[in-house]
Ligand binder design. Structure first.
Ligand code: HEC
Length: 275
């Protein structure tokens, strides 16, 4: 484990400990908690943590890799995994690959990206998720509920057009049913699902660990793919980022940068909640 990762876990744990103290125990007289009480968190708190992390990966990948990369000659494609295509994954496919790796892990946590105006029909939100998405678009707040059809606890988070690259690519795409997306629109939602209503601290750490490993493995597959490009000498993997030219950061530089942002945002949200 690298240092940034350990720091991120410490911040998360401090955040959860103080939060759970305020929410669950503050109104009652102080008493000794049993281990089970101490280590149990709501599944919805877990969703908020991994959703924050996923947003950070998604926005840094979109802005600093795809957005800047396109200006400097890097290519991104829907069919990036095909042998003859020399390109990296689009942001939605970065998420899909991360979610496929999550599915393969022993943690029964799933992640799905959907929309009411999807480029790919398989991403159309249906049933209760379509209903909840209408509410999300009105107040821009996440929704937490139980999906009785699948018997899963669900956390749905708005997916904002956080970078110009999101808007431009969707508006220009032939299969896009909507061509007037604007910056900061809610373009869809990331949906998390889990079969139980609560988790232990150990499980939550496992979630974070499995999520980070899945996202990092997706990024590593992209780096590995660039090594097979005939024009591979054009992309240098190291400490530099695409804003400086045809460069890609190593998986450690990339995930360090994400975790730095995630830790700072978590501290900020923590301070805001307590104000
Ligand atoms: C370079 C092009 C490109 C960029 C940049 C891009 N997308 Fe997409 N996006 C796509 C394509 C293509 C799909 C469909 C992929 C698939 O087959 O699932 C997609 C899928 C999605 C979906 C699932 C619904 C759908 O349209 O199929 C959402 C939501 C979404 N993108 C939001 C975003 C957001 C938010 C950003 C910026 C953070 C972004 N996209 C950046 C091309 C792009």
């Amino acid at each position: 484990m690298n240092k940034k990762y350990i720091l991120f876990l410490i911040i998360i744990l401090a955040f959860l400990t103080v939060n759970s103290y305020l929410f669950f125990t503050a109104p009652e007289p102080l008493r000794e908690m049993t281990n089970e009480e101490r280590y149990t968190f709501s599944v919805y708190d877990g969703f908020k943590i991994v959703a924050g992390l996923n947003d950070e990966y998604r926005s840094i990948y979109t802005k600093n890799i795809v957005g800047e990369g396109k200006k400097n000659g890097l290519k991104f494609d829907e069919h990036w995994e095909d042998n003859q295509i020399e390109a990296g994954p689009l942001p939605a496919l970065f998420l899909r690959s991360t979610s496929a790796l999550l599915e393969k892990s022993p943690v029964p946590l799933s992640l799905y990206l959907g929309s009411d105006f999807p480029i790919s029909k398989s991403n159309l939100l249906t049933g209760i998720q379509a209903e909840k998405f209408k509410e999300i678009k009105e107040d821009l707040q996440p929704r937490f509920f139980v999906d009785k059809e699948t018997d899963r606890y669900i956390g749905m988070f708005p997916d904002f057009a956080s970078a110009k690259a999101c808007v431009n690519c969707h508006n220009d795409h032939d299969n896009s049913p909507k061509k007037n997306w604007k910056l900061n629109d809610v373009m869809g939602s990331t949906t998390w699902a889990f079969p139980r209503d609560s988790l232990t601290t150990d499980e939550l750490i496992k979630w974070i660990d499995v999520y980070i490993q899945s996202a990092n493995q997706t990024y590593t597959s992209y780096l590995d793919k660039t090594k097979t490009f005939k024009s591979s000498d054009l992309i240098t993997i190291g400490i530099k980022w695409p804003r400086e030219g045809a460069f890609l950061p190593t998986v450690n530089s990339f995930s360090d940068s994400v975790l730095n942002h995630a830790s700072i945002d978590l501290i900020k949200s923590f301070i805001d909640e307590k104000d």
